[in-house]
Design a protein around this ligand. Sequence first.
Ligand code: GLC
Length: 549
Amino acid sequence: MLAASRSLHPPWWQSAVFYQIYPWSFQDSDNDGIGDLRGIRSRLEYLRGAQHSLGVDAIWLSPIYPSPMHDFGYDVSDYVNIDPRFGTLKDFDDLLEEAHRLGLRVIMDLVLNHTSNQHEWFRESRASRLSTKRNWYCWADGKSFGRRPSNWNARFGGSSWTWDPEARQYYLHSFLKEQPDLNWQNPSVRAAMWDVVRFWLDRGVDGFRLDAINWLGKDTRWPNNPFRFGLRGYTRQHHLYDRDQALAQESMQELRQVVSAYRDAVLIGEAAADTPGGPASFYGEGDDELHLVFDFRLMKSPWCAKSFRLCLSQHVPSIPQGGWPTIVMSNHDQPRHIDRYGAGGDAEARARAAALLLLTMPGTPFLYYGEEVGMRNGKLRYRDLRDPYTKRFWPFRPGRDPARTPMQWDASLHAGFTTSRPWLPLPPDSSQRNVAAEAADPRSLWSLYRKLLELRRMSPALHRGDYRMIEDSPRDCLLYEREARTETGTVERMLVAVNFSQRPCEFAFPSGSSHGLVLVSTNPDAADSTWNPTQIRLGPDEGRLVRLS
Ligand code: GLC
């Protein structure tokens, strides 16, 4: 499976490993407690330097544009500039230049569905019904008796409609009221956004992560969404008319045309996990829409072999020829996977086995900053919280701030992130759980990530190979093979075996009797490095990577 991978020289984004940086939290250089671009630049060698670096290929920067930060940058007030908290365009150019010098690609986050209510476009739009920008957003009159134009619910709670006294109409916002939705039916909106795309590509960026794409396009007759019973909040209605319209796909195809003028630029889509047709629906025919689309199903799943098996047997094969899968376990919107997968078990052991899966399953992996040292979700008090969504549902939903705490670099005060008070507090264990301590320890999670990244880079089977799932493995174990022809014409074969249960697991290798060498055991205490195909033994939550001969 994965025929596209047969090419000896696939596009860079198929064999690359991406690393998501949350700019607020990576490195502060001016000691205001907030991360910034110079800070990120000072840490690029860590990500891909000549020595002792982690060894990733690309960084994705969550939004760095000017923003009132109601949604921490996902409310953009100017798409062609840098927020002063993070620096200047010059700082950005310097960062890009240094990243490229190190062989590190840089992709931007592009927020398409909405702008900030402070954006010039919205200010003009709300000023008058006669404004040339009026039609750039979604305005509607109320219904009789002061009712809103429709019953649509916003993703972050409450109605999607807010009355604007200045405009004397309601405007639509699928997220916060400070994030008015653009009207994607208007060709001028699309043209303006494609100008933004060209602005950054001309500056040298390597592509975009596209925010919330399944929300582009609405039924502008504003019909009510049908109700669903038994569920709460946002999921209490079928979102039939306020998202998942065909216009989203059409717009992404148009965008693909725009970027096709730039060799090598990559488009990576973020669609809600429950978008109809799943992420596969945004690959078009495989070569005319998005290059990569996040698949959040592993991010929503508990630690169990079944979900990972489903991913390999159904989700990956559903991607059209020419498209390419993604592997994502954590990001800035969800609790970190060490805690999610770790719930009710040995979180450390599972994080190690998850690293093996992340870096050997077929597809492009996305790491989230700090997962390589096993950063946990911050245990925050209400008064620490900053994200309005997290505050609104606290303490009933885990929220997003706990996964956004500052990067843990070393054992110094504030973990080397800043010398003043960090915008979100660091956990007490940052003096042990940090890059400096783990990089010095060959048994650490960090050292495991580094080793897997290196093996992946060196191994055609792992970074571009076909895969085959081994069906008749025990229920709690997952087994798959990766295979590729190398430049010299030989065939390289790798086997991955992971035990998801808390019991040791022993079984005979199901198909044939290949001999092999264990390259990695995720258990730092595992003794045997030989691979006996007639009798496989995996400890609780242990994974192994084996080179087959
Ligand atoms: C995406 C982002 C999230 C943001 C939302 C609205 O889901 O990942 O952080 O709040 O879109 O822009």
